[in-house]
Every structure is written in structure tokens, then in C-alpha cells.
Design a protein around this ligand. Structure first.
Ligand SMILES: Nc1ncnc2c1ncn2[C@@H]1O[C@H](COP(=O)(O)OP(=O)(O)OP(=O)(O)O)[C@@H](O)[C@H]1O
Length: 810
């Protein structure tokens, strides 16, 4: 039958949907009577239409068609409107109260946390101390050598400081030791307790604190550390014990007083930069890692707090036999006194690596005594700076400071930078002769020369630039420092220690060793290896992925309801225009760095993070608002009065919003640069709108527009059973459901003009109207399916990208 209709009308949108013999247009059924005028008021009476067998005649049943001078009565759907508004009001009120209740400031009780005796110190004591050794570390990016043959050893109970000027390679070395993914090529050996340890195992027992603090601004200090603890502390540990550990860590770092303060965003003040730094450290410290790496833990802190932080790290190392490695710029002398091991880098070369206590003697031995009154750290870093400078840096100073010199000369001042009566031993003819440049020498230049000019062997001129061992440029002074260190007893001792550790067979794990491991302190060479057991490092089983999902969901949800403005923006905008789904870009973009860091630190698997984001971020923001909008407006507009149509309408709205959100999420995941992602999303939305069917409804491009699918599904839902009746020649059209959209009405009028030659009154099925405008009356479910597929595809693509590409690469 459908084929016949198609042949007759040439329009596949006109079809029959029937199960028996009822599929005839009711005007064709015997007994059909054309509606006749009744009475003087020019009214059409349509009682008969209702009785015609089985055909969907709702359109006829619901009203009486009026003359062109009178509009048909609006159906009274006030009841539905009131129900809709009440439902939404109740929902909003309940949600607001719930949000207020959850988001209200609550003090974390100082309260007494009771935990089992055996849990109290278990975490801190139950670990295998780790000796970290590294040798011949070379790091190159392209043809640039960033680290050359770096070596060092740090034992349990010790702290190692990596020092050097800016750009010396401190962070690069720390990253390599902590096994962060690097862009360049890394060579060399890193051993833990004399063994090579796999990445997975290694990452379970180390902590890494980045230079920048990346935290969720809406959480409190306590919550931030607690989430870190919950995600990473052993599964076997009780919740109470984890909370106890959080309080303990905050106490250790002196941040207990601010535990209920929000982290806050830059610009809206909450906790200070120094406090933030300590919270970042606490997030790692709370897991009590065997080896803790920290990149510039004191940056941004005042001297007092910097000391506190380092002291806390030293206490952790010494009291709990942990290994701590950190980079530091130019620490104060009281901080330097706390170091056990020191690695001093200059332009990626090792100038010193060994016991911190021996470094002063060592540098004195090679002709660089730290002048009295100088902080050794300042002196050593300045020394490396001068060692890497090319020959003519003095000329720059001369020009720069000439005016300064003249002032001194005119005042008759003598420039004598020598510290209090101490001879630096540099007035022995090695000073440059007076020259035009010398005339311009400043106080700074003279002081630099006296403090840092080395005693070079004959024939090696200070400042010559030569090829370094690793192929990079290296001044003679730096080469001297590097070679002297390489030949020194300190360097040989370190190398020896590493070789012996690697060569020594590791003893079997037994009680004695376990005791020794727990209580052991750094001993003479060889004794450290007795700390190793058959198990290289102890690692605990982390919470299951389901637990991680629950924790992350809780965190995501908390972040959501703690940002009322974020919610409001989403709700206010997403209900009206899909273009405003661009707000979904924020869902991941703002947390990208946090995700990358947490992933690198082994907080969770990407799948758990992604699921938590989708379930507790995308869905509340993309499902609830369109549902609310639909419930309110559906009956207000007066769309088809039927439960099925109403539900189908809501389904399209929700799917449309989800698809738009998935597109934006995908762009946010793929593009690191927020503005690029925003630009791309805007283009996609504009393209989709253009081919939505409002302006253009032709060609294959409309198949790429999810707006088109949504519009078509909505139109079909509304119009497919519509019957139009032209009551007289002219422009008037009465529509059985008179409340179609304005744009629809205008277009229908055009159709009416074209068909005015037909006999009146003339019935036109909705399918014809739809097909006239390029829509398919049978496309509702295909459209809904396509929207669903697009949503799933974009979601899967986002996840795949997140899993494969969104990784730390430094
Ligand atoms: N991925 C990379 N690509 C190119 N150059 C790099 C890369 N990583 C580091 N470098 C270069 O290596 C050198 C050492 O960088 P690194 O960040 O390790 O120095 P740093 O001592 O930590 O400096 P700062 O104290 O300023 O943080 C710098 O010159 C830097 O530009």
C-alpha cells in the first residue's frame, strides 16, 4: 500500500501506519460526511469525523473548526501548566535546600579519632627503606644536552638537595629520578636498593610534589588532603586511620589551623601561597612514601616557613627512615645545614655530588674557599653561574656600571671588596692588566673576579669556550670544575658505592633484615644493602576502581554544588541554546592539569576519573536543565496533548543536550589550548545550526548536523498526525493543533497558497507538510538513535584521547 501511495504522490513521507484494514484516509471511508456549516455564525460542525473507523482522528475530535474570522479555542491545559510549574518549583526548592545543606561551612571536628592500636603507627613503620642511586644520567632533547653524566646516592633517613642556578637542570634531574615522562631521551641507571625497579612498582612507593600547586579551589584544606589519602592509602587501612593520618600530616606541616579554609582561586584570597605549598606537600606526605621527591618545596615561602618545610622533610626522613630528594634554588644557611646529600649542577654538569657536610672542604681543596660571612649555598650557586659565563661577560658589566665607577673615583673611594682581612689569594698576578675595559670595572666585577677566579693550570685560559664532554659548549672554568669533581675522592666514593650495591647479592628476606630495615640508619658502605630485601620496595594494595570512582564522584559533586555560579550559568544558558553547551568545555579544561598531575602520581585510573566526570558533571548539568525546561514549556506552548508525545519531546531535548555537551567535552579533551577548543566548538555549533533545517535542508551535509536530527525529531513528534484544513480560498488556514511554532505557520501558509486550486475544504496530512520542508515523517526513532550514537561516539572518542594522549610529558 505504501508503494502505491509513493507511486501516486511521489512522496515517501506519506505513509500508512496500521495493523489491519483501517489504513485509509478517513475522507475515503464510506459514510464519511463532509463537515457542514451549521447555524448563522458560520461554524463548521465536525461530529462525524470522530466516528470514522479506527483512523487517528484526534485532530478532528478535539475542537470545532471555526471560520476564518475566528481562531479556534485554545485547549485548556492550565492544569498541566500548573503541574509542570509545581514540579519544577518543588525540585528547585529541594535541590537548593540540599545544596545549601551540603555546601554550608562545616568545621571538621578537632575531635578525637579512635583507631586500633596496631593501625596507629603501622603506616609509618611498615615500609622498606629505599636507597636511591643514580649513575651516568644523560638527558638530551633533540640535539641539546640538558644533563651529562650525573650521579649520586641518597639513603633512607637522608635528604638530598639538588642545587644550581636557574636552568642548571635541577627539575630535569628530579623528573628523571621520579620517573616522570620526559620529552627527550634519557640514558643512565637508577637503582633502588641496588636493583632496577619497574615503573609501576616504583610509582607506588614514591611521592612527587610539583613546583606549581594544582588543587580544586572549592575544597577545603582538610578535604584536599583527605581525598589524596583516600585514593592512595592502602585498602586495608580503616577510614578512621586514614583521617587520623590526614590530621597528623596537617599537624606536621603546621596547617592544622587552616584545615577548614577553602583552597580558593587566584584572585579570590583564601589561603596564602606558602600555605598552598604546604597543602601540596601534605597531599604527598600523607601517603608516607618511601621516597619523596619535591620540586622547589620552598619557592614562594618566606625564610621562616621555608625552614619549617625543610625541617619537616628532614624530620620525616630521620624519624621515619624515609628518603627525601628535592630541588632548591638558593637556600639560607640554616636550611643548608639540614642537608645530608648535595648535588650541585651547572649547565647540566655535576660540579659536586656527595655528602653536604664535605662540600665546603672539597671546594676549598680545588681553590674555591667560601669567603667568611658568605652563605655556602649562595657562594656555590654564584660560582656555577660565573663558571658557565663566556669570557667577555666583564665587558658587559663594565659598560653597564661605568657610571657607578666614575662616582666612586670622583669621591676618592678605594674599592676593596676583600672580606675582613682574609686574603683570597687572588692578588698574585692573575688579575687582568689595566685596559680600557678595566677602567670601567665596577665593584661587582672586581668582587666577582676575586671570589670566583679559579687557579687554572698553565695554558688554560679562563673563559675559553670549548666542547664539553657531552657535546655541549663548556667554558674552561666549568670544565675545570667538572673534571676536578670527576677525579675527586668524593666522586670515586659515590661510584664505588653504586657499583658495590649493584654487585652485592641481595639477602633473603628474614626477620632480622626486616627489623634492620625498619629501624636501620645509614651505615658504612655495604650496610645499606642489608636494608634491601627480596621485595625491593614495599607497596600496598590501592583502593579498588569502584572505590576510586565513588571517591572521585563525591569530589566532583562537591565541586559542583560548591560553585553555585557555575551551576546557575549552566542551568540558565543550557536550557535555551545549544551553543551554550560551550560551557561544557570547562568541565575538563579547568581540571586538565590537575588530572595530568594526579594521573602521573598514580591517584587513579583515567577510566574512573572519566566516569565520575560524566556521571556527576555532564549528566546533572545536561539532563536536568532540559527536563525542567521541557516540563514547564511543553503545555504552555500547547504542543500535542499526549503523554507519549510529551515523553518523546523530553527524550529529544535531553539527547540533544547530551550530544552537544559530548562534542564540547571532546574538544576540551583534545585541545589543550582553551581558546582553540572554544573556537572549534563555535564552528561546529554554527555549522550544525546552519544545516539544522531552519535555513538549509538539503544535501548530505545536513547528516552531519545533530541540530538537524533534533529538529526533525521534534517536528515529526509534533506534526506527524496533524491535519490541515483549508476552509476557503484565500490565505486562511486552520490547523487542528493551532499552536505550532510561528515559523511553521508562515511556511504552512505558503503551502496553502499553492494548493488553492484544490476543492475546499481540503485535508492535508502532517506527513506531507513535513516532506514539503524536507523532513521525513518516519524519522523520529532514526533521529533519536543517531543523536544517541553521536553522544556515545564523542564520549568514547574523548575517553580514548584522554587515555592515550592526555599524559604528563615534561
Ligand atoms: N623539554 C625540553 N625541551 C627543551 N629544553 C628543555 C626541556 N626541558 C628542559 N629544557 C632546558 O633544559 C634546561 C634545564 O631546565 P630545568 O627546568 O631542568 O632547569 P632548572 O634548573 O630546574 O631551572 P629552574 O630553577 O629555573 O626551574 C633549561 O635550559 C631548559 O630550557
Amino acid at each position: 500500500m505504501d508503494d502505491l501511495i509513493l507511486n501516486v504522490f511521489g512522496d515517501d513521507s506519506i505513509f500508512l501506519s496500521c495493523n489491519a484494514g483501517e489504513c485509509l484516509h478517513y475522507t475515503m471511508i464510506p459514510g464519511f460526511e463532509v463537515c457542514v456549516r451549521s447555524g448563522e455564525n458560520d461554524q463548521w460542525d465536525r461530529p462525524l469525523c470522530a466516528t470514522v473507523g479506527g483512523v487517528d482522528l484526534r485532530s478532528c475530535l478535539t475542537y470545532q473548526l471555526l471560520t476564518s474570522s475566528q481562531r479556534p479555542e485554545r485547549p485548556t491545559n492550565w492544569l498541566m501548566i500548573i503541574i509542570g510549574l509545581s514540579t519544577v518549583s518543588i525540585f528547585l526548592t529541594t535541590t537548593s535546600v540540599g545544596v545549601w545543606y551540603l555546601a554550608r561551612e562545616r568545621k571538621t571536628g578537632q575531635g578525637y579519632i579512635q583507631i586500633a592500636d596496631d593501625e596507629a603507627g603501622k603506616l609509618m613503620a611498615d615500609h622498606i627503606p629505599a636507597t636511591l642511586m643514580f649513575d651516568q644520567i644523560v638527558y638530551t632533547v633533540g640535539d641539546k644536552t640538558i644533563l651529562s653524566n650525573v650521579q649520586g646516592v641518597v639513603r633512607p633517613g637522608q635528604v638530598m638537595a639538588i642545587m644550581g642556578a636557574s636552568g642548571a637542570g635541577k627539575t630535569s634531574l628530579l623528573d628523571i629520578l621520579a620517573r616522570r615522562m620526559k620529552k627527550g631521551e634519557v640514558k643512565g641507571d637508577v637503582f633502588v636498593n641496588g636493583r632496577v625497579v619497574g615503573d609501576e612498582e616504583f610509582k607506588r612507593v614514591v611521592g612527587y610534589v610539583d613546583q606549581e600547586d594544582t588543587m580544586i579551589p572549592t575544597l577545603t584544606v582538610y578535604e584536599t588532603i583527605l581525598y589524596s589519602a583516600l585514593l592512595r592509602l592502602p585498602k586495608s587501612m580503616s577510614l578512621e586511620a586514614k583521617k587520623y593520618r590526614v590530621m597528623e600530616t596537617m599537624h606536621e606541616l603546621g596547617i592544622l589551623a587552616i584545615k577548614d579554609s577553602r583552597i580558593g582561586q587566584p584572585g579570590s584570597r583564601s589561603i596564602s601561597g606558602g600555605e598552598k605549598r604546604r597543602v601540596s606537600i601534605a597531599c604527598e606526605l600523607v601517603t608516607s612514601p618511601s621516597i619523596l621527591f619535591l620540586d622547589e618545596p620552598t619557592s614562594g615561602l618566606d625564610a621562616y616557613n621555608a625552614y619549617n618545610v625543610v625541617e619537616c622533610l628532614v624530620t620525616l626522613a630521620r624519624s621515619y627512615n624515609r628518603t627525601v630528594v628535592f630541588t632548591i634554588h638558593q637556600p639560607r644557611s640554616n636550611i643548608v645545614a639540614l642537608f645530608d646529600e648535595l648535588v650541585l649542577l651547572a649547565k647540566g654538569y655535576v660540579v659536586y655530588s656527595g655528602e653536604a657536610a664535605r662540600c665546603q672542604t672539597y671546594f676549598e681543596g680545588i681553590g674555591h674557599p667560601c669567603p667568611p660571612g658568605f652563605n655556602i649555598a649562595d657562594y656555590l650557586v654564584d660560582l656555577t653561574m660565573h663558571a658557565i659565563r663566556p669570557k667577555d661577560y666583564a665587558a658587559e658589566f663594565a659598560i653597564e656600571d661605568e657610571a657607578n665607577e666614575l662616582v666612586h673615583a670622583e669621591a676618592g673611594e678605594s674599592i676593596n671588596p676583600e672580606p675582613s682581612g682574609e686574603s683570597t689569594g687572588l692578588d698574585d698576578g692573575t688579575r687582568p692588566r689595566p685596559s680600557p675595559i678595566r677602567r670601567g670595572r665596577s665593584l661587582r666585577q672586581i668582587q666577582d673576579e676575586q671570589l670566583f677566579t679559579p687557579h687554572l693550570p698553565q695554558g688554560e685560559e679562563n673563559g675559553n669556550v670549548e666542547e664539553g664532554a657531552a657535546g655541549g659548549e663548556m667554558s674552561a672554568h666549568l670544565r675545570m670544575l667538572v673534571e676536578r669533581y670527576a677525579m675527586s675522592v668524593v666522586a670515586v666514593g659515590v661510584k664505588d658505592e653504586i657499583e658495590r650495591a649493584v654487585a652485592s647479592p641481595i639477602p633473603a628476606e628474614d626477620d632480622t633484615l626486616a627489623d634492620g630495615a625498619t629501624n636501620g640508619s645509614p651505615g658504612p658502605f655495604g650496610s645499606i644493602f642489608s636494608l634491601a630485601s627480596t621485595k625491593i620496595v614495599s607497596s600496598h594494595e590501592r583502593p579498588s576502581w569502584y572505590t576510586q570512582f565513588a571517591i572521585l564522584s563525591d569530589r566532583t559533586f562537591k565541586n559542583l554544588y560548591r560553585s553555585p555560579m557555575l551551576m546557575l550559568t549552566h542551568y540558565a544558558t543550557s536550557v535555551f541554546l545549544a551553543r551554550d553547551c560551550l560551557t561544557s568545555l570547562q568541565v575538563f579544561a579547568v581540571e586538565r592539569i590537575l588530572f595530568v598531575r594526579e594521573r602521573a602520581n598514580g591517584y587513579y585510573k583515567p577510566i574512573t576519573y572519566f566516569l565520575a566526570k560524566v556521571v556527576f558533571d555532564i549528566i546533572p548539568l545536561r539532563v536536568v536543565p532540559p527536563l525542567m525546561m521541557g516540563v514547564i514549556i511543553y503545555h504552555m506552548i500547547g504542543l500535542v496533548d499526549g503523554t507519549t508525545e510529551f515523553l518523546k519531546f523530553l527524550l529529544v531535548l535531553v539527547l540533544f543536550n547530551l550530544t552537544a555537551a559530548a562534542v564540547c567535552l571532546c574538544a576540551g579533551v583534545v585541545f589543550r589550548d582553551h581558546s582553540v577548543a572554544m573556537f572549534l566548538c563555535t564552528l561546529v555549533m554554527l555549522f550544525s545550526m546552519l544545516f539544522a533545517g531552519l535555513l538549509l535542508n538539503k544535501g548530505w551535509l545536513k547528516n552531519l548536523s545533530f541540530f538537524n536530527y533534533a529538529l526533525e525529531a521534534l517536528l515529526v513528534n509534533e506534526l506527524v498526525y496533524l491535519q490541515l484544513t483549508e476552509v476557503r480560498y484565500g490565505l486562511n488556514i486552520d490547523v487542528s493543533h493551532t499552536h505550532i511554532s510561528a515559523s511553521g505557520f508562515v511556511l504552512l501558509s505558503n503551502w496553502s497558497q499553492n494548493s488553492r486550486t484544490l476543492s475546499s475544504p481540503h485535508q492535508v496530512p502532517g506527513a506531507t507538510i513535513l516532506s514539503t520542508f524536507g523532513f521525513n515523517a518516519r524519522a523520529y526513532w532514526p533521529d533519536v538513535t543517531k543523536l544517541g550514537i553521536m553522544f556515545v561516539v564523542f564520549l568514547l572518542f574523548s575517553f580514548a584521547w584522554l587515555q592515550i594522549f592526555v599524559k604528563e610529558r615534561r
